[in-house]
Design a protein around this ligand. Structure first.
Ligand SMILES: *[C@@H]1O[C@H](CO)[C@@H](O)[C@H](O)[C@H]1NC(C)=O
Ligand SMILES: *[C@@H]1O[C@H](CO)[C@@H](O)[C@H](O)[C@H]1NC(C)=O
Ligand SMILES: *[C@@H]1O[C@H](CO)[C@@H](O)[C@H](O)[C@H]1NC(C)=O
Ligand SMILES: *[C@@H]1O[C@H](CO)[C@@H](O)[C@H](O)[C@H]1NC(C)=O
Ligand SMILES: *[C@@H]1O[C@H](CO)[C@@H](O)[C@H](O)[C@H]1NC(C)=O
Ligand SMILES: *[C@@H]1O[C@H](CO)[C@@H](O)[C@H](O)[C@H]1NC(C)=O
Ligand SMILES: *[C@@H]1O[C@H](CO)[C@@H](O)[C@H](O)[C@H]1NC(C)=O
Ligand SMILES: [Zn+2]
Length: 383
């Protein structure tokens, strides 16, 4: 009887392991031909220079004044994790000069399309690309408490917000010269989620966000370690060739999207979502462009699915449909891992119980005859 239960549990465990390993299947070929680029409503973001107006509400209209916006290497995109190609040769990214100190000051401003922090060109990416790239600015994309507003999506899921750190190739004099060159730009992107704790690094910016609530307003903040605005792990990232996600949509961006995410408190995200204005009265939110078609582009990944310890294969980390609610805890991988663990514990329990039963039986028998004693040490070693 006990033996039967034990065997059933073993079979169940086998099934769980199977299910989890098939969920972490490897990449497929086949180009992305889906029409994932559903239109989304929105308002403002970055127009700088040009002076030709554009907005997030009617994104299809961008192509009217900005021809690059209808190109075939546009950003953002949906990153299909099953189709991303693992490339172990992607060089790791090394940052230098990111650790600014408070003797320097940084300008934070509301440009009518986003919240932007101007960065000194002493901040650089020194490895990871064919050239050195210098920082120019960082900015954010967000939604509302109801609508998550990252630009890139992972398996069609938006994150609450996204940070972009924009760099230009050091062979060009400045950002505006580099922006239209095919090897001109590198953008590092990270997803922002809601966590339990206030993010003190993001607070350096968000604490003064009310000072720049009106369009064109700016303020100075003391320098700080900008590295801490990015995810902890910079080794796991996606790479693809794309564009500026705002007009003029130049197709000159070498994109890096990190797999690790950043967490801020719900209150901090709300400050980002609810404070800024565009124009006199409009709220500046939902400043994200819809995902663009791939047209055969490939997305590389510097990493493989997490080293799978039995069962915890292809977990989706975070990524919820709405920005309200804590970063949803359990992924498919997690659930499988827990199920497997529970089954294992149960099996062990049954097995122990079974042994105890046997042990009792034997010990009552073996009071006189010792033939069964041989079994005992072997079984004890197991428990
Ligand atoms: C997808 O886009 C193509 C053109 O790019 C169009 O012909 C087709 O109707 C679209 N399909 C859907 C389902 O929107
Ligand atoms: C194109 O730019 C002009 C100003 O140069 C503007 O009046 C017009 O609204 C823009 N068109 C679209 C579709 O945004
Ligand atoms: C982006 O950087 C990678 C790594 O250096 C490089 O292989 C790739 O060609 C770059 N893409 C473009 C468009 O320059
Ligand atoms: C960028 O560099 C070019 C070429 O040296 C120069 O003409 C232009 O004025 C510079 N722009 C800015 C904004 O510094
Ligand atoms: C990006 O473009 C560069 C230059 O055209 C090319 O060498 C590289 O393979 C492309 N990268 C990807 C991931 O397609
Ligand atoms: C990180 O990678 C894991 C494993 O491929 C994937 O399941 C998860 O969705 C990724 N998350 C992001 C934000 O890229
Ligand atoms: C996410 O949102 C989309 C539309 O906004 C909806 O179709 C989809 O069912 C949602 N997915 C989940 C898991 O809630
Ligand atoms: Zn951006």
């Amino acid at each position: 009887m006990m033996l039967k239960i034990f065997l059933i549990l073993l079979v169940l465990q086998g099934l769980v392991v199977n299910a989890s390993s098939s969920s972490s299947s490897s990449e497929e070929e086949e180009d992305d031909d889906d029409n994932g680029s559903s239109e989304k409503e929105s308002k403002g973001h970055h127009s700088k220079g040009h002076g030709v107006p554009w907005g997030y509400k009617d994104q299809t209209a961008w192509t009217f004044n900005f021809t690059h916006c209808s190109g075939k290497s546009q950003s953002p995109i949906d990153i299909d994790t099953r189709k991303a190609i693992h490339d172990p040769k992607l060089p790791p990214i090394t940052l230098e000069g990111y650790d600014l100190t408070d003797d320097s000051a940084l300008t934070l401003w509301n440009n009518g399309h986003t919240l932007e922090l101007i960065l000194p060109s002493t901040m650089r990416i020194v490895t990871g690309f064919d050239h050195e790239f210098r920082a120019a600015q960082l900015h954010f994309h967000w939604g509302t408490p109801e609508v998550p507003g990252s630009e890139h999506t992972i398996d069609n899921v938006h994150f609450p917000a996204e940070i972009h750190v924009v760099h230009y190739n050091s062979k060009y004099a400045n950002m505006s010269e580099a922006a239209s060159k095919s090897d001109g730009l590198v953008v590092l992107g990270g997803f922002i989620q809601i966590g339990l704790h206030e993010n003190e690094n993001y607070e350096k910016i968000l604490a003064v966000i009310t000072d720049v609530s009106s369009e064109e307003a700016n303020t100075e903040i003391p320098g700080f370690n900008v590295r801490h605005l990015l995810p902890n792990n910079l080794e796991r990232f996606y790479r693809y060739n794309g564009s500026l996600t705002t007009p003029p949509c130049y197709q000159t961006v070498n994109w890096t999207i990190f797999n690790d995410t950043i967490t801020v408190s719900r209150k901090q995200l709300k400050a980002l979502e609810n404070t800024l204005k565009a124009g006199q009265t409009e709220h500046l939110n939902k400043n994200f462009r819809a995902p663009q078609l791939l047209y055969g582009r490939q997305v590389l990944a510097s990493f493989q699915n997490p080293p799978s310890i039995i069962g915890s294969g292809n977990g989706r980390i975070g990524g919820s449909n709405t920005s309200s609610g804590l970063s949803e805890g359990l992924s498919r991988g997690d659930v499988l891992a827990i199920a497997f663990g529970a089954l294992f514990a149960l099996t062990l329990l049954c097995f122990t119980f079974y042994i105890c039963q046997q042990h009792k039986k034997y010990s009552s028998i073996t009071k006189d005859s010792r033939q069964n004693v041989i079994y005992k040490p072997a079984m004890k070693a197991e428990a």
